[in-house]
Structures are given as structure tokens and as C-alpha cells.
Unconditional design. Structure first.
Length: 338
């Protein structure tokens, strides 16, 4: 009996040691642990980008700095306000609506005073809300279009653009950079003398949408103080660089009697493309009431010769189609000055 008990103990102990070969029916086999099965993404699914590739305003592939201003000096500041809405005509069709953000209010705030942060307005919403201030085009009932030129004056391309316009007896609207106007007042004076309209394009070509309202105002006011003595008036027309602006700034412009003039036909001339491509981009997109964007001043290393060479073709073709080329005040039936 004693021998039988000893044998039983030895037998049971040996079964509990590793290598016995028995597994409980509830014990999982972890030999494949760490292997993640493949997951197939659904075919045909396309997620639109919230920030498409732009010629502006936007992803801002064009970073213009005044030719006489080091880039290091133009890092103006400030982050965009949390609820800012950036307008970029070049990306308006594919920009998704941003979702409203919700922040849990502090417990000490009475329920009636709690606020949910407002979502940023899309371009179409802003245009609808501020339709008398934020302008992309003129009346479609008239066969008129407006040629507009940004980023002047410079001593190379602006003079060439003025020469071509004079030869073709066409007046245009120039949105000029304050710092460049300060350096070349004689070119601004020539614009006025030859019947063109001058608008405000900020002082340093800053991305205005990223500035505080006080620094946004400074960009506008500094430019106005330079333009008024040369032009004889305070320009009513503003064009934000890259077409980028936020709702708070649109409200400020509205309250102070300005018009924000963007565009609905983009030549993409800043890419340094040929005259044929510039004229194609303009003429293929043209329509009644169009505001056409070209440039008369380049960023560092930019070549606008293709744009200058395209102007006669654009003018000749538009005239043959029965269009009248007018200034922005003539297109919109507004005053040029505040």
C-alpha cells in the first residue's frame, strides 16, 4: 500500500511538469500570437482632400516676396484665429466643409450662457453672407469683363503690361503692393495718368488670413497712406494676397466701406507658363462678368514674360467675341474710392 501511494504521487507530479503533452480543453494556443491578418480596403473609395493643390490661396504653392525684401523679414506673425475662415477662389470647389467643434463648457458657466464654437464658413457661405462685400465676378447680364493685374509695381513686367494695354487702348485694374508702390511711385502715377484703377493688395504681400485684426488693418492702412498721395484717392478695392482672408476680416472690410475683389478666371501666369497657355487658361474659362487674374509683378525668380505676351491675344479674342474690357468700378458700378 505504501509503495502504491508513492507511485501515485510520482505519476501525478510527472504529468504536471513541462513536456507532459496534455493541454486543457480551455487553454488557448498562442503559437500564432502577434500575426495580424490582412485587411483589404474597399475598392473604388476616394476621399477628397480638404486642401487641394492650388495655384494661391490656397495650399499656397506661390510664396511671393517683394523683390527688395529679404524673406527673413517677412515672417509677420500670428496664427489664424480658431474660427477663421480662409477664402481661396482657386480651391473653392473642392474644399470640404469643416465640422463644428465642441468644447465642454466649464461647470461654473450657467447652462444658458454656454456656447458651442461656430464652424468656419465655406467660401460659398461667406459669399452668400457678405455678397455686397466679397466679390468674385460682375453681373452676368452684361457682356463685360475686367482685366486685373496683381503684385506690381516692378520695373520689369509692370512697365511692359502698361505698354501693351496702352497700345490696345484698354484700361485695367492694378492691385498693388504697398512696399513696392513706395519704391516706385512713378509707376503708380503712370497707371493713374493712363486711366487705370489702383487697388490695395496689402503692404508686404502677407497671408492676411493668418494675421490678427490689428495687423490686418495695419497692412491695409500702411498701403493706403502710400497710395493716397499718388492716386489722389483712398482705394475702395482690396484684394487679399492668395485670395486668403477670414470672416472677421471680411466683416471689418464691410464695416469700413471696402470691397474685397477676388476673381473667377485665373490665368495661372505665375507658374511661368507660355503665352499660349496663359491665353488658353483665360479664354477657355471666360464668361460674362468675369474678373480675370494676371500678374504684373513677379516674386523672386518668377518669369511673367508669357503673361505679357498673352495680353494682345486675350484682348483681340475678347473683342472679336463682343466683350468690352472695363475696370472693376465700371464692371460693378461702384466708386473707385472710399
Amino acid at each position: 500500500m505504501k509503495h502504491l501511494m508513492i507511485f501515485s504521487v510520482i505519476f501525478i507530479s510527472s504529468c504536471l511538469l513541462p513536456g507532459c503533452g496534455f493541454k486543457s480543453s480551455h487553454q488557448q494556443d498562442h503559437s500564432s500570437e502577434g500575426v495580424i491578418p490582412d485587411v483589404l480596403a474597399p475598392n473604388g473609395v476616394s476621399i477628397p482632400s480638404e486642401h487641394p493643390i492650388l495655384p494661391p490661396v490656397m495650399a499656397k504653392s506661390r510664396q511671393l516676396f517683394p523683390l527688395d525684401k529679404p524673406k527673413s523679414e517677412l515672417n509677420l506673425e500670428a496664427k489664424a484665429p480658431a474660427n477663421s475662415s480662409v477664402l481661396n477662389p482657386s480651391s473653392q470647389t473642392s474644399r470640404n466643409k469643416s465640422k463644428a467643434e465642441y468644447r465642454e463648457p466649464k461647470k461654473s458657466v450657467p447652462v444658458g450662457q454656454r456656447r458651442i464654437a461656430h464652424k468656419s464658413l465655406s467660401l460659398s457661405e461667406l459669399r452668400k453672407k457678405y455678397d455686397r462685400t466679397f466679390i468674385l465676378s460682375g453681373p452676368v447680364t452684361e457682356k463685360k469683363v475686367a482685366l486685373t493685374f496683381d503684385d506690381g509695381p516692378d520695373e520689369i513686367f509692370t512697365r511692359q503690361v502698361l505698354d501693351v494695354l496702352k497700345q490696345n487702348n484698354v484700361n485695367a485694374t492694378f492691385f498693388v503692393i504697398g512696399k513696392r508702390a513706395e519704391a516706385h511711385p512713378e509707376i503708380i502715377a503712370r497707371m493713374i495718368r493712363e486711366g487705370h484703377i489702383v487697388g490695395n493688395h496689402s503692404y508686404t504681400h502677407a497671408d492676411l488670413s493668418k494675421l490678427s485684426i490689428s495687423n490686418f488693418k495695419k497692412q491695409i492702412d500702411d498701403t493706403q497712406s502710400i497710395l493716397k498721395p499718388i492716386t489722389g484717392y483712398i482705394p475702395k478695392l482690396l484684394r487679399p494676397p492668395y485670395g486668403a482672408i477670414n470672416e472677421q476680416q471680411v466683416r471689418w472690410a464691410m464695416d469700413h466701406g471696402y470691397l474685397i475683389i477676388n476673381w473667377n478666371v485665373d490665368s495661372l501666369d505665375w507658374k511661368g507658363i507660355s503665352a499660349d497657355k496663359v491665353s488658353h487658361n483665360v479664354l477657355s474659362a471666360n464668361r460674362q462678368g468675369a474678373i480675370i487674374l494676371q500678374h504684373c509683378g513677379g516674386g523672386e525668380g518668377e518669369d511673367l514674360s508669357g503673361s505679357v505676351k498673352a495680353i494682345p491675344t486675350i484682348i483681340r479674342t475678347l473683342k472679336s467675341q463682343g466683350y468690352e474690357m472695363v475696370t472693376i468700378p465700371e464692371l460693378l458700378h461702384v466708386s473707385k474710392n472710399k
